[in-house]
Design a protein around this ligand. Structure first.
Ligand SMILES: NC(=O)C1=CN([C@@H]2O[C@H](COP(=O)(O)OP(=O)(O)OC[C@H]3O[C@@H](n4cnc5c(N)ncnc54)[C@H](OP(=O)(O)O)[C@@H]3O)[C@@H](O)[C@H]2O)C=CC1
Ligand SMILES: O=C(O)C(=O)CO
Length: 323
């Protein structure tokens, strides 16, 4: 195959040059785009000459109409184990394989702990007040001794339980199909339903996969059952949480604080109600730009497996296909 044209859609500027070794591919021409286009006509114009498209997560919509409009497209690679923005049936119908990569569970759990620590100590407001020549304005809270509630005890949830215990927290968990046996094996307190988890913990962190059955799982009733002083963290997917219910909850003090890494739409639109300055400037709502998985080590896994998948596909060898 000659002159394989590869498009990489990655909003982390220069990451591809730093961590990927494209030279192992035969006669490949790689172009990296760091801006995120949403309009289909612009995406068609950008991608129509490419044979392979590599998507760094779910920011770019990849519906059937786009897939059908890309005449040269032969292979799609996405980072991570799933990508809900790709119309998998349309790709399959056109015999375009879609490959995924592995993900490091430690990367996102470390970031969720960072959000937890930052919000518990009011770090951002303190740092900002220092920059403005102020000095100590709030009392922080130790994590040790607090109850941590995990919605989901899968790969990342399990890692959160390990980290939370290392900080001296008592770990509780709930998810629709979670078993007491799994909780016992991980030294975690099983909670029978979401409202019990919300009511019995100081910090709640979401670690579920998004699908129809988890969309708006965390709703107004769940926020209403939270403790006073509670902190809410979401590093999973924006749609698992009813955003309006979270905003209403914050205005009513339940949760008292929140930290979000993921949104219904990414990048987060400038006019999103989540950018409520009353909440963000007071430090009650911390917003990060989907950083949970963005580290050198994870990017090396993503890019090395991306390059390997393209090389295998070029050579007719088996590839890790998603379905
Ligand atoms: N912020 C970031 O950068 C990153 C975010 N993530 C996100 O973190 C979340 C957790 O990831 P991870 O721990 O690997 O997930 P897992 O695959 O381990 O699943 C976590 C839990 O989600 C539930 N679940 C599984 N499949 C589905 C489904 N189809 N619909 C609804 N619920 C489901 C299960 O709970 P039950 O058995 O009760 O159904 C499971 O225990 C995901 O949303 C992932 O996208 C991951 C990496 C980086
Ligand atoms: O797995 C995911 O869903 C991510 O966000 C990154 O791998």
């Amino acid at each position: 195959m000659s002159n394989l044209k590869i498009a990489v859609l990655d909003d982390s500027a220069n990451a591809s040059q730093r961590v990927a070794d494209w030279s192992v591919l035969n006669d490949a021409d790689v172009t990296v785009f760091t801006d995120t286009l949403k309009a289909e006509s612009e995406l068609i114009e950008r991608l129509r000459h490419f044979d392979v498209v590599c998507l760094m997560r779910e920011r770019t919509p990849f519906p059937a109409s786009l897939i059908k409009a890309l005449p040269k497209l032969k292979l799609i690679i996405t980072t991570g184990p799933r990508n809900l923005s790709i119309d998998m049936a349309a790709a399959a119908a056109l015999h375009i394989p879609v490959c995924g990569t592995e993900s490091r569970k430690t990367t996102t759990s470390e970031f969720a702990m960072l959000l937890m620590l930052t919000q518990s100590r009011g770090l951002l407001t303190e740092v900002n007040s220092m920059r403005e020549t102020g000095w100590q304005s709030s009392l922080g809270r130790d994590l040790a001794g607090l109850d941590l509630g995990l919605i989901g005890l899968g790969k990342i949830g399990e890692q959160m339980a390990t980290l939370g215990k290392a900080f001296g927290m008592t770990i509780h968990a709930w998810s629709p199909n979670l078993t007491t046996a799994r909780c016992e094996s991980l030294g975690v307190q099983y909670q029978p339903d979401l409202s019990s988890l919300m009511a019995n913990t100081d910090i709640v962190s979401v670690h579920m996969v998004l699908s129809e059955r988890s969309t708006h799982l965390v709703n107004a009733a769940a926020f209403a059952s939270m403790r006073n002083d509670a902190l809410f963290i979401n590093t999973s997917r924006g749609q698992i949480v009813d955003q309006q219910a979270l905003l209403d909850g914050l205005h009513n003090g339940k949760p008292l604080k929140a930290a979000l890494d993921v949104y219904d739409e990414e990048p987060l639109p400038m006019d999103s109600p989540l950018r409520d300055t009353q909440l963000t400037e007071s430090g009650r709502l911390l917003l990060s730009p989907h950083l949970g998985y963005v580290t050198e080590q994870t990017w090396k896994v993503f890019y090395s497996q991306t390059v390997d998948a393209i090389a295998a596909w070029q050579n007719g060898a088996p590839i890790r296909q998603l379905n």
